[in-house]
Design a binder for this molecule. Sequence first.
Ligand code: PLP
Length: 386
Amino acid sequence: MTDSNRKPALSTRIAQALHFVEDGTGAVTPAIQPAATYARDEDYQVRKPYWYRRDGSQTTAQAEAVIAELEGATESLLFSSGMSACTAVIEHLPTGAHVVAPKVMYHGVLAQLQGYAAKGRLTLSDYTAGNLDELAAAIQPGETTLVWVETPNNPNWEVTDIAAAAELAHAAGAKLITDCTGTPPCMTRALDFGADFSFHSATKYLGGHSDVTAGVLSVRETGTFWDEIAMVRKLQGTVLQSFDAWLLIRGMRTLFLRVERACQNAMAVARHFDGHPMVEQVHYPGLPADPGHEVARRQTDGQFGAMMSIIVKGSEQTAIDVCRFCELFYPATSLGGVESLIEHRKTVSGDGFPVHPRLLRLSIGIEDADDLIYDLEQALTRAASS
Ligand code: PLP
């Protein structure tokens, strides 16, 4: 039986990088186009769409097309890091714009927002991540330009209801940007929930192999603001380079598989350490008692993600020692790779940042779940007795 309207599943389309076939050769993987500049044609006209590397490249555009498909977006723009993508959004805002952002969030973005506010470039109001009443109170109708939601939110993994936040933002005439880096678009398609921009640090799950730094913005509807953001990228030269774009395309082909496995592992780890005698608390939206559980179930396609934090019992040094004593978990920053990472978040985000001194952030990878649990068990035991 055939059905001419049948469309392959999103996971199929992404595994095949949109059924990529190179014209002429039939190659099933794209080549890397490294050119920094492009010759004009015989009439001395620029050959569209590229004329110089800061505009982008064919390879970067191929990666953008895959992400746009993942996000259900009209367009996606890739940057050389997540931070450069976020900075382009902040940079394009008019002077004096009012921005609402979580009190605690990914520390780099928060530092950037606070830095712009300190220079009088924007005004900032905050809310506790996940708290819609506080979010509503922080938004100023007719004044607020941008509402920033990170969900799940670093490093305590609070969940914010994107659809509710979009309603609040839109009712006030503001745009909503979401940072769902912790739950990539195979789990959370933020634009479908009403976000105007969806941001991801593609360094994380989209790349998936800890070998590329990249950031991506996606939109449902383009407009002047989008052209302005693209112009910031062009003028600052923060477009993702071709080789990195190629790595990203390769990484995304296994996105669905990697994420499914990492989420299963995370659930096993969270359940094991919830109520553990050496662990005071587990922050993981997949646990039924977690305050964000029900919203996360709707927003993350029932998978809950592979990021969690644990508060260990003992002292701050005990927490640092757990990182030191792990033999499989890498004591490294970042998240979303195939390998599991552990970090003492206070050491990384600095003394001024409000984070529990005994909080360890875990990025659960695709290894064997029992190995990961064993590794944490032995590290906790050693740290408790040292
Ligand atoms: N947003 C979140 C939630 C992140 O975790 C990170 C990086 O860890 C970023 C933004 C910044 O991305 P990048 O490190 O790719 O610049």
